[in-house]
Design a protein around this ligand. Structure first.
Ligand SMILES: C[S@@+](CC[C@H](N)C(=O)[O-])C[C@H]1O[C@@H](n2cnc3c(N)ncnc32)[C@H](O)[C@@H]1O
Length: 258
């Protein structure tokens, strides 16, 4: 089944790679945690432009990247013509043959509609003993950024934005994994302040890339003042002499299908 949600249709793949390439770059240690072996079958869920899919393929694994965004998949295919990519949805995908591992970086928190359905699809895609290795935003992720957004929206007489993400606590997500048929081997919950080196517009650039759909309902004349206000509110906590830093909090885990 195909569906369109702002979390899938709004991606600007070129800007993602040029200004927000840190997302994939910071996923390289997650590839180490996955430790793909030559010949293994790995599925990269929410693969985006395919940077980490390619990193996994470099280790000799056979990888399929799936993502719900047509723009991301088209860019991935253009960048890595030798690799396999397809459009697919985290809470509604099936595979013909089971995989040895499912990998996912910075994507599960976007699959917020039904997190249990995502875990169930991953389980069905794995052989027994197969691993699920992923990183997603955890509870408190981007709290300063989102609080600045809520305040700015309110101050401009707008209804508070409904944020599209699912940022679970470690306990909550571990329980979902256990109930979903996985044994959790490693679960880390870490603050990861992240420099927005390629975002001269600071928090406003971040909002445009990751929460652009929330600007759809904003009268055009209000967009710039609103984003300026987000920057003013977020600056005391997030602007350093060296530049802007996003207040990321991550959940990283490795689980095994029972
Ligand atoms: C921040 S990007 C991460 C991309 C890549 N994993 C990386 O590390 O650069 C999040 C990705 O999740 C994808 N995504 C969001 N919701 C999805 C869903 N329900 N099903 C499949 N992909 C989804 C988006 O299209 C986007 O490419």
């Amino acid at each position: 089944m195909r569906y369109e949600t702002p979390s899938l249709t709004r991606w600007n793949a070129r800007a993602y790679d040029s200004s927000f390439g840190y997302v994939s770059a910071q996923g390289v240690p997650l590839v180490e945690l996955l430790d793909p072996q030559p010949g293994e079958r790995v599925l990269d869920l929410g693969c985006g432009t395919g940077v980490l899919t390619a990193e996994i393929a470099k280790r000799g694994a056979s990888v399929l990247g799936i993502d719900g965004s047509t723009a991301m998949i088209e860019t991935a295919i253009a960048q890595y013509p030798g690799l396999d990519f397809t459009i697919g949805y985290g809470d509604d995908f099936t595979v013909a043959q089971p995989y040895d591992a499912v990998f996912s970086n910075a994507a599960l928190h976007w699959m917020s509609r039904d997190p249990d359905a995502v875990i169930s699809c991953v389980r069905m895609a794995l052989r027994p003993g197969g691993r699920f290795v992923a990183e997603l935003g955890g509870a408190g992720n981007c709290a300063t950024l989102t609080s600045a957004m809520r305040t700015a929206w309110r101050e401009h007489g707008l209804r508070e934005p409904e944020l599209p993400w699912y940022f679970p606590t470690p306990a909550e997500y571990a329980l979902r994994l256990e109930k979903g048929g996985f044994t959790v081997r490693i679960l880390e919950y870490v603050d990861r302040p992240t420099p927005l080196d390629e975002c001269p517009g600071g928090a406003a650039d971040w909002v445009r890339m990751f929460a652009g759909s929330l600007l759809d309902g904003v009268p055009p004349a209000l967009v710039e003042p609103l984003l300026r206000r987000v920057n003013e509110l977020a600056a005391p906590a997030l602007r350093r002499e060296s530049g802007w830093v996003a207040d990321y909090v991550r959940l990283r885990f490795a689980a095994v299908r029972r």
